[in-house]
Ligand binder design. Structure first.
Ligand SMILES: Cc1cc2nc3c(=O)[nH]c(=O)nc-3n(C[C@H](O)[C@H](O)[C@H](O)COP(=O)(O)OP(=O)(O)OC[C@H]3O[C@@H](n4cnc5c(N)ncnc54)[C@H](O)[C@@H]3O)c2cc1C
Length: 418
């Protein structure tokens, strides 16, 4: 595969942009692979890349029922950060943040990682106390966190409504300057191209419809393009983990919920950091093209429809406008949805399953994009060695049976009642 470089760009430019290779091959499925990964999102593709690059396993297929990056990877609001509450999570996400930093060079593909800062707003004294506690915990672990006063927040984002009678008064905030955004579909394309270069078969329009078994062991998959044998199979199908695991009779502690995002017409730079409010669950950022990207709560009932409730759009837009009144002048041009894999404790599962040769990477809720490189790294380790990577060990499937849940969502010990 030809390397992308300034010289290659110049040559192609002088030649009318002709002469570029396909970014990845379009292979037919082989009869057998050492490892099959189901799902060609960022996580599945990064897993394949690290399996080939770090573990030297080359006989790998990524099977994608649609087109790569067409799932949640291409539908998210691109926020990348590592300032989580629970230690296992902030360790995992910070490992990811370090990988994000060098990803464009590593993959020879511009993933447009933009560390413009990720700011949580505090709307009350108790919000500020929680942010301060979280910041202290992060800093004790060597992760950057900065508590900002009301004036500092105002200086950072002059367009915020800072008045005392604002609908959501702003008392201050906590920012992670290393956080920011990355171009979501470029991440899938970059990993696909790099994995393909290492010999991985990325096979689109190949839907897994069942598993082949021998004495309780998974030996391969059934697909709409025939049976394919495999030494190990990794499920990596955010939003569809439940139905795919049900094909081998497993019932996961995961519920599928619809999450929407919206974007306005493009405008000149007006917000140069990511703004988030966990009290409202509203987040705002400006894309590199100039559109203001907005998101809010999931629909909070089980659904596989990639179309969300209009009431959610209204709520998120109203909250965003209350925070940044200038947004009321902009036209919303698009809204879209994804099916998120809401686990019962708000934390992911990277684990072997109680069926031999079968593994799961799922339950990323509405926050898995930022984990993409770390998730792939740890899942590749698990698929290559059969043992959990130290960073992924807390995210085992059996934690729900043992009560060792990682309650990032703050849903308590009976999440089914939330
Ligand atoms: C609106 C929205 C906003 C979000 N915002 C953020 C954010 O700002 N920051 C953040 O960190 N996270 C965010 N997320 C979450 C994030 O997008 C996901 O956690 C992450 O993209 C999951 O990646 P993935 O590779 O596991 O899944 P996906 O990209 O969904 O890939 C899974 C793939 O599996 C395929 N598949 C499913 N079933 C089968 C089958 N039977 N056979 C073959 N293929 C199959 C699907 O077609 C899909 O392409 C958001 C999600 C949504 C929906």
């Amino acid at each position: 595969m030809k390397r992308y470089s300034a010289l290659a760009l110049l040559k192609a430019g002088l030649n009318g942009q002709r002469g570029w290779d396909r970014a990845w091959r379009d292979p037919e499925p082989q009869k057998n692979y050492d490892v099959i990964i189901i799902g060609g999102g960022g996580h599945g593709l990064s897993t394949a890349y690290y399996l080939a690059k770090v573990h030297g396993i080359r006989n790998i297929a990524v099977l994608e029922k649609g087109w790569i990056g067409g799932g949640n990877t291409g539908r998210n609001t691109t926020i990348v950060r590592s300032n989580y509450r629970q230690k296992p999570l902030h360790d995992l996400f910070d490992f990811a943040l370090n990988l994000w930093d060098g990803m464009s060079d590593e993959l020879n593909y511009n993933v447009m990682f933009s560390p413009r800062g990720a700011l949580f707003l505090g709307h009350s004294d108790s919000d500020m106390t929680m942010l301060a506690q979280r910041g202290d915990a992060l800093r004790c672990d060597g992760i950057d966190a900065e508590l900002l006063s009301r004036d500092q927040v105002h200086k950072l984002i002059p367009l915020l409504d800072m008045s005392r009678d604002a609908r959501f008064p702003i008392h201050g905030g906590m920012t992670q300057r290393r956080g920011g955004t990355a171009r979501h579909d470029a991440v899938a394309w970059g990993y696909a191209r790099a994995a393909d270069t290492l010999g991985v078969d990325v096979i689109q329009k190949c839907e897994v419809t069942g598993f082949t078994m021998d004495g309780g062991r998974v030996t391969g998959v059934e697909t709409n393009r025939g049976s394919i044998g495999a030494g190990r199979v990794g499920i990596c199908v955010a939003g569809n983990s439940g139905p795919v695991a049900a094909m081998v009779g497993l019932n996961l502690p995961i519920e599928a919920q619809t999450l929407q995002a919206f974007v306005t017409e493009p405008v000149k730079p007006m917000i140069d950091t990511v703004i988030m409010s966990q009290s409202l669950h509203c987040y705002i950022s400006q894309s590199d093209k100039g559109g203001i990207v907005l998101g809010g709560d999931p629909d909070q009932f089980p659904s596989y429809a990639q179309r969300g409730l209009p009431a959610r759009i209204e709520k998120a837009a109203a909250e965003a406008i209350a925070l940044v009144p200038a947004l009321s002048r902009l036209r919303m041009v698009r809204c879209w949805s994804g099916t998120t894999d809401m686990s019962f404790d708000g934390s992911p599962i990277i684990s072997s399953l109680p069926v031999d040769n079968l593994y799961l990477n799922g339950g990323w809720c509405y926050g898995g994009f930022k984990a993409t490189p770390a998730s792939g790294w740890c899942y590749a380790h698990l698929l290559a060695t059969g043992a959990s990577h130290a960073l992924a060990a807390p995210f085992a499937f059996d934690r729900f049976a043992h009560g060792a849940t990682i309650d990032e969502a703050g849903v308590g010990f009976m999440p089914q009642l939330r």
